[in-house]
Design a protein around this ligand. Structure first.
Ligand code: ZN
Length: 345
């Protein structure tokens, strides 16, 4: 068997040049007077600045850790869909997506884009479709990040199983792209963004799907639940039992043709549990590097988010490892698969 391509399905542009954040601050300062705010054309970041921000950070670590290709989306905590209105988010998403596209053009062998959507609390998800189509058709992006809670921790939107979201799902199915279900920053002080809100949302999204028949309506719709699925794998018995009481089919039929989990779990016992409990066909390699947890684990001497080590050390066979590193990503991201096939992989 050949060596797998190491595809990291979860990377964000957390190291964008400071001009991006400056632009965003000016946009936020002028929320009530958008005419006085910065124009998108006022953001000027050169290719050299982009190159530098990637080569010194993500690409350096990818080389050190031996990962080949990252599915790369705008910084999740910066999406902040709760700020401003739909127009605010449309402008912001377009700018952030364009930067990820430019990175994918500068490093075509190492980065491929996934889009953030211009979501906004109370806005019809259908309003995200033009940006989604632009990112897929013009930028060649292979997936999206879908925020189930654009309010930033107040959960004012209907559950993902609600018809509210269906126009978006119809477009995803048409374009054959999956969504990573990914919230953004929490503006609710009860929820720490990366330590609570992210993991809560992962668990919540799974349960919203479990209680519904969403995938009967959309048999080919695919969701990737990040951060190892939040609490889901650890509580798999609870979820199976709840589904049974609700007279739902076994989870393998009810959800596991459509829901996948990444490996952004930052210690060996967590990965061991994930790969023991969840069928390997549903697990995709990811690190979310450079992201929420940037330090070195004193117990191992390695970076917490160097997740490749955990997969290499997990008690699974080479075929399973191949699936986690490459095969499953190509199944979940058909547009990525087509691109890799064209490149001879
Ligand atoms: Zn993320």
């Amino acid at each position: 068997m050949r060596k797998p391509l190491i595809i990291d399905c979860h990377g964000h542009y957390t190291t964008a040049p400071a001009a991006l954040e400056e632009w965003r601050k000016r946009q936020i300062a002028n929320l009530n007077t958008p005419a006085l705010g910065p124009k998108p054309s006022e953001l000027r970041i050169s290719d050299d600045e982009l190159r530098e921000s990637i080569e010194a950070n993500q690409l350096r670590l990818m080389r050190a850790r031996g990962s080949d290709l990252t599915i790369f989306s705008p910084r999740a905590s910066f999406m902040a869909h709760h700020i401003g209105d739909l127009e605010t988010s449309k402008t912001w998403a377009a700018i952030c997506n364009e930067l990820c596209y430019r990175v994918s053009q500068l490093f075509p062998d190492h980065f491929i884009g996934a889009a953030m959507l211009p979501q906004s609390p109370g806005a019809d998800p259908a309003t995200s479709i033009p940006e989604l189509e632009r990112c897929v058709r013009e930028y060649g992006m292979v997936g999206i990040n879908l925020n189930p809670d654009p309010s930033g921790g107040h959960w004012t939107s209907p559950p993902l199983s609600d018809r509210h979201w269906y126009p978006l799902y119809e477009k995803m199915v048409e374009l054959d792209i999956p969504a990573m279900v990914h919230v953004s920053t929490s503006c609710n002080p009860c929820f720490h963004t990366t330590g609570a809100h992210y993991l809560n949302a992962d668990t919540t999204a799974f349960m919203q799907c479990l209680t519904s028949d969403l995938f009967k309506d959309f048999p080919t719709l695919k969701f990737l639940i990040p951060h190892g699925g939040g609490a889901v794998p650890y509580h798999w018995g609870r979820f199976r039992g709840l589904a049974q009481e609700m007279k739902k089919p076994p989870l393998s039929e009810h959800l596991l043709n459509n829901i996948f989990f990444d490996t952004c779990v930052y210690h060996q016992p967590g990965i061991d549990l994930l790969t023991n409990v969840i069928p390997v066909k549903n697990v995709l390699f990811a690190s979310e590097m450079i992201g929420a947890v940037r330090g070195i684990d004193p117990e191992t001497g390695h970076y917490y988010d160097d997740t490749r080590r955990y997969i290499e050390a997990a008690d699974i066979g080479d075929e399973d490892r191949f699936r986690i590193f490459e095969g499953n990503a190509r199944h979940v991201y058909p547009r990525l698969d087509a691109l890799l096939t064209r490149k001879g992989f």
